[in-house]
Design a protein around this ligand. Structure first.
Ligand SMILES: CC(C)(COP(=O)(O)OP(=O)(O)OC[C@H]1O[C@@H](n2cnc3c(N)ncnc32)[C@H](O)[C@@H]1OP(=O)(O)O)[C@@H](O)C(=O)NCCC(=O)NCCS
Length: 171
């Protein structure tokens, strides 16, 4: 199964929106955002998001179709701009288990290391696939937030993760 990875551009907004809404529909417990919130975001806002560098969304493409994604965002506030967040990691069901998720997050980490010194991520405590992906790339757990998300009547605990990024000049 062959795929390529690149940063999404404003012209990818529609494909991004479709995949994002699919993710929020099929795995609501894996994301802080919800379908009801995101479905009303105008395409123009999505386009603007995709042009806000150094923030970036990495996309995995197979035959020009977007089959996976992973987002990078830098904290806004002055005292937190040295930190970035991994968000919105999703791979279409038929593409899972082929290293798409791992390569997306690795691309995001490479990009992030040029802009921030640390990454943060959160992952569902019961989400074995995502936890293995993140741990395998060096993310370290530093805590658990009980009942971090509520989907309907079900609460989900989340593991809190960080990754120190190598800086130029590090041994
Ligand atoms: C989590 C997710 C992105 C993983 O994507 P993927 O392309 O299937 O992952 P990869 O094939 O790159 O696998 C990476 C590692 O995780 C392991 N893994 C993947 N899915 C797994 C699962 N369900 N159970 C156990 N291990 C799993 C792989 O074996 C691989 O391990 P390795 O590095 O030791 O070889 C994908 O399952 C997904 O989109 N899930 C729904 C949304 C989601 O949970 N997003 C994360 C939000 S925090």
């Amino acid at each position: 199964m062959t795929f390529t990875i690149r940063i999404l551009e404003p012209a990818d907004a529609e494909a991004f929106r479709n995949l994002r809404l699919e993710a929020l529909t099929v795995a609501p417990e894996a994301f802080g955002a919800s379908y009801e919130e995101d479905v009303s975001i105008p395409l123009e806002t999505m386009r603007a998001r995709l042009s806000a560098s150094p923030n970036a969304v990495f996309g995995a493409f197979a035959d020009r179709a977007l089959v996976g994604m992973a987002g990078f965002a830098v904290h806004d506030r002055m005292k937190a701009r040295h930190k970035g967040v991994l968000w919105g990691v999703y791979v279409k069901a038929e593409w899972r288990g082929h290293q798409v998720g791992k390569r997306l997050v690795r691309s995001m980490i490479d990009h992030a290391s040029r802009h921030v010194i640390m990454l943060e991520a959160t992952v569902g405590l019961a989400n074995d696939g995502a936890r293995r992906t993140y741990h395998g790339l060096g993310f370290k757990p530093y805590g658990i937030q009980p009942k971090a998300l509520r989907v309907g009547d079900t609460f989900y605990d989340e593991e809190l993760l960080y990754l120190d990024l190598p800086q130029p000049g590090d041994a």
